[in-house]
Design a protein around this ligand. Structure first.
Ligand code: GAR
Length: 215
């Protein structure tokens, strides 16, 4: 059984998608902890409602980032995780923290990295006039929103899209992308080779790319 810890800052819809996929597909894994960095995070409440152990490490209680990250790592490590999943965790993590979890720290970012790291990705994609946008699951490296890419999901940008419409189209695919990528990790099918990720034993039709299907 692989032990998963989820970190979040907000509504927790990716955490829920993972929890549902894990149960539905009977992964050899369980979510052993959900940790939030701010008291208002709806995702913490939703985790509690699912019966998942939910805890808060409030970043506002720490004067220095290093102290917050040390407390966060202690809370995480108490669960003895095999993998730590950032699911809308809106903090930049320092090098010691990232090093401690190297190879077992995953993130989802709402853009086709390396395009649009950082915030407001959907607005910036619209402003740039791109025709394709999406989301990326990657191993976390020491640079912000960078690191070996596990899988990506691509959606079209439509002529009449606003930020909300585009975000919703991307989020729908995030909810398939993150469980898919994490399931591969749980099955020990991801191999890091240099700065790249290889999916071992791909099954027929299985690729590291999800496409939006027009309805
Ligand atoms: C998701 O869209 C995720 O990709 C993004 O925050 C949202 C969290 O939603 N993450 C980042 O921007 C990280 N840089 P959720 O709380 O409903 O899962």
């Amino acid at each position: 059984m692989k032990r998963i810890v989820v970190l979040l800052s907000g509504r927790g819809s990716n955490m829920l998608a993972i929890a549902e996929a894990l149960r539905r597909e009977r992964w050899p894994a369980s979510i052993v902890g959900v940790i939030g960095d701010r008291p208002g995070a709806a995702g913490l409440q939703r985790a509690g409602e699912l019966g998942l152990p939910a805890a808060l490490v409030d970043f506002r209680g720490f004067a220095r980032r290093e102290d917050f990250e040390r407390a966060l790592a202690e809370a995480i490590d108490a669960h003895e995780p095999d993998v730590v999943v950032l699911a809308g965790f809106m903090r930049v993590l320092g090098a010691p923290f990232v090093e401690h979890y190297r190879g077992r720290l995953l993130n989802i970012h709402p853009s086709l990295l390396p395009a649009f790291p950082g915030l407001a990705t959907h607005r910036r994609a619209l402003q740039a006039g791109v025709a394709v946008h999406g989301a990326t699951v990657h191993f976390v490296g020491t640079e912000v929103d960078a690191g070996p890419i596990v899988a990506q999901a691509a959606v079209p940008v439509l002529a009449d899209d606003d930020e909300a419409a585009l975000a919703a189209r991307v989020l729908e695919l995030e909810h398939r992308l993150y469980p898919m990528a994490l399931h591969w990790f749980v099955e020990d099918r991801l191999r890091l080779e240099g700065g790249r990720v290889r999916l071992l034993d791909p099954r027929p039709g299985e690729t590291r790319l999800l496409w939006h299907e027009a309805r």
